[in-house]
Design a protein around this ligand. Structure first.
Ligand code: PBG
Length: 321
């Protein structure tokens, strides 16, 4: 033998020296679920140890995350049923929970990069990401609401808007609206390759936003497709996306790598609620070592090519590593 591959694996020091992938706090985008009320810290039943937070607790969470080195949060709001209507008008309420959430975080952590979810599902009685007419998800009509919503988020202080709806043309339309309204510094994180995935189940529990009819397959991507993911992503880059995202992450590592090789903007990947729930559930039963499973899943997403990772595990990972 003139080369032994085990040489570089023989001690922790050597393994550390030659490790090709490092995770750091600034890699993480932390999704946060916001709800109305005071001092609310409600566990999501299918996401053990993850909570819906009222604004006061949202501030505390942002402070804790910042102290751990996290630079970015991604906000989602839970909208009470009585505020959901066909026009998704609550999405355009200037004093809506999203606007108050953005301001709350900026008040307490002005340097935190605040990203906001842009899609209609929390506001829609149908739980769909676009406006609905005759059981159809409308594209172009939805774009108007998404761009107005993005401008409101920017006005409230959001650094990035993150359209997760998968309507055609949304990145270009939102970019134009931001420009026209003078928000030339607001970034767009595009959910570019977002698949119609069963792994979003627990998230829909968190926001009570499961689709009331049908599924999301007319707008989210078919899990069987790879080439299409590249096309979607290149379209978003051309329309003005600053960061692109692949979602889910764990079952789509091949897509993350291909996207990474195809674009020259940062690539994010979203380790979604179902990925979180699987690791939590198996760990609770003693079937997986939780800490190791978290580290390995996140490292693999990074190794696949993700520059940034949206994950519910960020805090746990950073506290226990
Ligand atoms: C909806 C949205 C979803 C997620 C983020 N934004 C669910 C869906 O598309 O139905 C999923 C996130 C997760 O599962 O963690 N716009």
């Amino acid at each position: 033998m003139n080369r032994r591959n085990r040489t570089l694996r023989q001690s922790p020091a050597l393994r550390e020296m030659v490790a090709e992938t490092q995770l750091s706090a600034s890699d993480f985008i932390v999704p946060l679920f916001v709800t109305e009320g005071k001092n609310i810290h409600e566990e999501i039943s299918s996401m053990p140890d993850y909570h819906r937070l009222s604004l006061d607790n949202l501030k505390k969470e942002a402070n804790e995350l910042w102290s751990l080195g996290v630079k970015s949060v991604l906000l989602f709001v839970k909208v009470p049923d009585n505020l959901k209507d066909d026009a998704c008008s609550e999405a355009l309420n200037k004093d809506g929970l999203m606007m108050r959430s953005i301001k709350a975080i900026k008040e307490t952590q002005p340097d935190m990069c605040v990203m906001t979810d842009v899609a209609l599902d929390p506001f829609s009685p149908y739980g769909h990401d676009g406006l609905v007419k005759n059981f159809e998800i409308l594209n172009d009509e939805t774009l108007k609401v998404l761009s107005a919503m993005s401008v409101l988020h920017a006005e409230a202080g959001a650094d990035f808007v993150a359209p997760s709806d998968m309507m055609d043309g949304r990145i270009g339309t939102i970019r134009e609206a931001l420009e026209q309204n003078g928000f030339t510094k607001t970034g767009i994180l595009a959910y570019s390759a977002k698949y119609a995935s069963c792994f979003y189940g627990p998230f829909r529990d968190a926001l009570d936003s499961a689709p009331g009819f049908g599924d999301k397959k007319t707008y989210q991507m078919d899990p069987r497709n790879r080439t299409e993911a590249i096309k979607e992503t290149l379209d978003d880059v051309n329309e003005g996306a600053d960061i692109v995202m692949v979602k889910p992450a764990g079952a789509y590592l091949d897509i993350i790598r291909e996207v990474k090789n195809a674009v020259h903007v940062p690539v994010a990947a979203y380790q979604v609620s179902g990925e979180y729930a699987m690791i939590k559930a198996a760990s609770q039963r003693g079937w997986l070592n939780e800490k190791a499973a978290i580290a390995e899943s996140l490292t693999s997403i990074k190794r696949a090519g993700a520059d940034l990772i949206a994950t519910y595990f960020a805090k746990q990972y950073l506290k226990n590593r």
